[in-house]
Design a protein around this ligand. Structure first.
Ligand code: KDG
Length: 338
């Protein structure tokens, strides 16, 4: 049983449907089409994970449940798709938790920079009791959370100069996600952050509306940001997760068998997606160098300096999100580190 990933066990008990006016199917599997949208493209590990999810759902339901994937924000950005789920207009999306903080403020603890050293620590927190506690807040927002997939450690790219030290952020116009922690953290570093939906980032970089952006290496590569950005600084300043969301209006109509199929497929595809993401991130640095980007690693000392500069912002938001919750996160990281 120990090889059964924690994620799978979690999904078994998480996201249970509660009473609702919608009539749930008593049993069996019906023919259904399920629209699932993401902001990234088909080449990104998230896109490949979504494709895998669609295949698994089809297999497990004998072809009756059909997941129709939409990539590249064809159905809208993270916020818009999440709202469509709440309204029952779309069934599934897998957004970053960051733009959802206006809705579920506690997700903001995952936006704190420099919390995790590696993916193992992130897995321990997300797949552990704290990650589960946050998923349990979703039903009151008409959403069901089936677990976390990986976006990953974010790094800075820009068209002006390498960022080696905290001072190098000064005056850089940086696109951030629509999230107050990111915004204020970059302001504290002296940058000029501009929140924007992901689908607008490439053209904002190309037209030089902004100087830079920050994302995991797999995203920088698959979204071809190297074509419009010269410098890549490996800051690893924050790990952001994806959360697998289902519309509660839709969920409450499903039979227990159908719900179980979606849960299992979300978890199995999530395990595949995390592995793929990590493999892609390992390869991407070399590939981005070969594609002509100038890459610099940021030293541990400088990262600690950046963290110290940002500390007042984190202290402020820790009060807002709940100091107990923040402490729980740091305690779980500490445990995973041992
Ligand atoms: O599909 C996910 C994307 O829409 C987005 O969350 C990616 O990290 C991201 C960003 O920078 O907006």
């Amino acid at each position: 049983c120990c090889t059964v990933p924690a994620l799978l066990l979690l999904a078994g008990c998480g996201g249970g449907s509660s009473a609702s006016s919608a009539q749930p199917a008593a049993s069996g599997i019906q023919e259904r089409t399920i629209k699932a949208g993401i902001g990234l493209n088909q080449d990104h590990p998230e896109g490949k994970g979504l494709k895998k999810f669609a295949e698994l759902v089809s297999q497990k339901s004998g072809g009756k449940l059909k997941v129709q994937p939409f990539y590249d924000a064809q159905l809208g950005d993270d916020k818009k798709m999440t709202e469509a789920l709440q309204g029952g207009l779309q069934e599934i999306t897998i957004p970053s938790t960051s733009p959802l903080v206006g809705m579920i403020k506690e997700f903001g603890i995952f936006d704190f920079p420099f919390v995790f050293h590696d993916e193992k620590e992130a897995d321990a927190v997300l797949d552990g009791p704290l990650g589960q506690k946050l998923l349990e807040k979703l039903p009151e927002h008409n959403l069901i959370g089936l677990g976390y997939w990986e976006n990953g450690f974010r790094n800075l790219t820009n068209s002006k100069h390498p960022v080696v030290k905290a001072e190098d952020f000064k005056g850089l116009k940086i696109r951030t996600m629509q999230n107050q922690v990111h915004l204020e953290a970059f302001q504290a570093l002296g940058a000029n952050p501009t929140p924007m939906a992901f689908s607008e980032v490439f053209s904002a970089l190309e037209s030089k509306t902004v100087d830079g952006q920050e994302n995991p290496l797999a995203t920088i590569k698959t979204s071809k940001f190297n074509e419009v950005q010269q410098y890549l600084s490996v800051t690893k300043h924050v790990y952001t997760p994806f959360v697998f969301l289902v519309s509660k209006k839709f969920w409450d109509k499903l039979s227990p068998e159908e719900q179980q199929i979606l849960k299992e497929a979300a978890v199995e595809a999530g395990i595949y997606q995390r592995e793929l993401n990590r493999a892609e991130n390992r390869k991407a640095l070399e590939e981005l160098k070969n594609a002509g980007m100038e890459v610099n690693e940021v030293s541990e000392e400088e990262r600690a300096n950046m963290q110290a500069i940002i500390k007042p912002v984190i202290d402020k938001f820790a009060k807002e999100f709940g100091e107990d919750l923040v402490k729980e996160m740091y305690d779980q990281v500490e445990k995973a580190r041992q």
